[in-house]
Design a protein around this ligand. Structure first.
Ligand SMILES: [Zn+2]
Length: 95
């Protein structure tokens, strides 16, 4: 039947003439002051106008990887604040 890869192409939303196909690109982004390059990042590219859309799932995973907390040495744990003394509930005075 039809080429299996064809099923993974969809019409370009920009030019409507080309088809978006999955490619592996090098995704480049800034993380604060650091330039981060991610090789073999899945991206949809139009074979007509060259529009590029990154795979949403991959972007989500990447943003998790690049979250400000990721890759940092573990912070020293804050000592827990002392618990306030819990007073036992006062028995209500029977009147
Ligand atoms: Zn296009």
């Amino acid at each position: 039947m039809s080429n299996e890869l064809e099923e993974w192409a969809f019409p370009c939303r920009k030019c409507q003439a080309g088809k978006m196909r999955l490619n592996s690109v090098t995704y480049i982004t800034w993380l604060g002051d650091d330039l981060v390059t991610v090789p073999d990042f899945p991206a949809w590219m139009c074979d007509f106008c060259g529009r590029r859309e990154y795979d949403e799932d991959a972007l989500n995973r990447l943003s998790l990887l690049l979250s400000p907390e990721a890759g940092r040495p573990e912070k020293p744990r804050k000592p827990l604040p002392p618990k306030p003394d819990l007073k036992p509930p006062q028995p209500s005075k029977a009147e």
